[in-house]
Each structure stands twice: as C-alpha cells, then as structure tokens.
Design a protein around this ligand. Sequence first.
Ligand SMILES: Nc1ncnc2c1ncn2[C@@H]1O[C@H](COP(=O)(O)OP(=O)(O)OP(=O)(O)O)[C@@H](O)[C@H]1O
Ligand SMILES: [Mg+2]
Length: 310
Amino acid sequence: MSALDPREELAQRLGLEVAPVRFSSPDELRTRLAEHDYLSSDAISSVTFLADRLAKPVLVEGPAGTGKTALATAVAEALGARLIRLQCYEGLDETKALYEWNYRKQLLRIQAGRPEGSAEVWSELEEDIFAEEFLLTRPLLEAITATEPVVLLIDEVDRVELETEALLLEVLSEYQVSIPELGTMRARQIPMVFLTSNNTRELSEALKRRCLYLHVGYPDVERERDIIVSRVPGIATALAEQIAQVVRTLRLMDLKKAPSVSETLDWARTLVILGRDELGEELVAETLHILLKYQSDIEKATREILGRVS
Ligand SMILES: Nc1ncnc2c1ncn2[C@@H]1O[C@H](COP(=O)(O)OP(=O)(O)OP(=O)(O)O)[C@@H](O)[C@H]1O
Ligand SMILES: [Mg+2]
C-alpha cells in the first residue's frame, strides 16, 4: 500500500473528508496574498504553503507589528474563507474559547415549562435545555463545526495560562470537542490554523511540536517599500523607498523600541497627508514621534540620523 499524503492520513484518522488543496505552490500563495495587499517573504510563503499540505497549524512568532495577525487575515481573504479569531488573554477559559450554555435562555425555557412542576416535567426539561439551541459556540468550536471554509486565528497565544494551552492542544490534535451533556462534536473540516505569539513566555513543547514554526521578523528594505506602496494610497515609490531606508537605519540603532511595520505605515500616511514627497532632515525631525514611542529614542535618533538624510 502506498503511503498516504499527511492530509489524507489525518482525514482518515479523524473520519473526515480530505480538504481540497488550497494553494498549488508557494509562489501561487505569494501572488494570491499580494492580491490582498499582503507581501510575503520566502519563509512566510513556504511555511504557509506547507501548513496546508501537511495539515498542520502554523505558530507565527516575532516582534509586534510585523504582520503576524495580518497574515491570517490575508490567507482568509485569499481563500474567500471566514476568519474566526480567538483573541487570547490571561484568564481566558473554555467558556470563552469553546462553548458555554446560554443560562438566560435556559431559564426562560424552564419558566415557560413549569406549570405543575412535577418530576416528569423536570426530567423532560433537563433534556430540553441541554440541546444545541441553548449552546453558545465560542471560536474553537465554531471553527471546527463550521460548514463553510474558515481560517482559525488563535491570536497572542502566549498570553494564556498553561492549562488553557493544553485545551487548545487537545482541540488542535483531535479536531473534536466533547460536551458532557451533548456528546462529541466532531470537525466537519480541518481549517487552516494560525497561532501568533509575541514570545512573552515560552510555549509548551507539546504545542510547538504540533505546529509548523514561522518567525516573522522585520522586512528588508525592498519588501517594506513594497508594503508601503501597497498599503498607502497615493504614495510615490521614491518616498516609500526613502521611508524604508530611514526605518531600517533606526532598527539598527540600539533603541528601546524599534519601529514596527505598522509604525512605518503610520509614518508614510502622515507624510502623504502633509503632502510631502521627499524626506528632508527637518521633516524627519518633526515627524519622528510617529515612528518612535520613547522620548529617549527620539532624542537618540534625532542626533544620529539627521546627518544621513539627504
Ligand atoms: N507583509 C506585509 N504585507 C502587508 N502589510 C503588512 C505586512 N506586514 C505587516 N503589515 C501591516 O502592518 C500592520 C501590522 O501588522 P499586524 O497587526 O499583523 O502585526 P502583528 O505582528 O500581529 O503585531 P502584534 O504582535 O502587535 O499583534 C498590518 O495592519 C498590516 O497593514
Ligand atoms: Mg497581532
């Protein structure tokens, strides 16, 4: 017997249909993401492509504002899929991640159905109120039971506690959720899954093992210039290039907080609004606070950079 493709193997093990291949090559993926204004590096396009082929989640890690969340959004757009987002935070539990019962609705149902209050009525009611219509689905359950194509984004997973991480792990390995009162809800499909992390704490080995790892760092000057051109309407390519160069210089300095891609874009938009099409020393000095968020960084950058902007 020939070895099964990993997607087929997983589908067979879980008793699901094999999902159609979503992208034919890393290049095709890159082109389709670019159509939605997301410009990938080689690493981004190849890991995302492989995630689909291997049916594995992608763990996207890297500094703030480098396009981790935007990657999942762009993949969803490119696939015409619904993006289901689980925003993680400290204290997130299964009632917010998986499901909870709609107590208010259950209560109303109980009140409507208790004219006599006999034992028989109660047992019937109990069966009634733990039915699917009283269930509030949260993002994980929603994603695995969706009938239409979805992309699941588990954003900032490093913020949850270890126990919650274990819960995620269970869902991501079995693609099923067991609800004591209802039984097991199985996935209809295996969605593409992205987990993002700012690396505020180490994630468990078990979670890492389950995922493909993708580090998203700052883009090089060329890609950042292209990101600016694609995200900031009306900007001249020459100005975008100058902006990308200055930002790169700033990132090489020893600053408290290096500018992220989102800050680059804010700066570019500011310059367009001001009607400027060239960067000069004065302009950089006047607008540096859009890029840098610490006064000590602004002072340091002002001292070091001004001589270099032509
Ligand atoms: N490769 C890229 N192509 C196009 N736009 C990008 C790219 N990378 C980043 N951006 C832009 O930068 C903005 C910030 O990206 P995003 O919010 O995805 O960052 P993040 O890595 O999730 O940050 P955080 O860790 O703070 O959540 C996005 O809105 C997007 O416009
Ligand atoms: Mg993000």
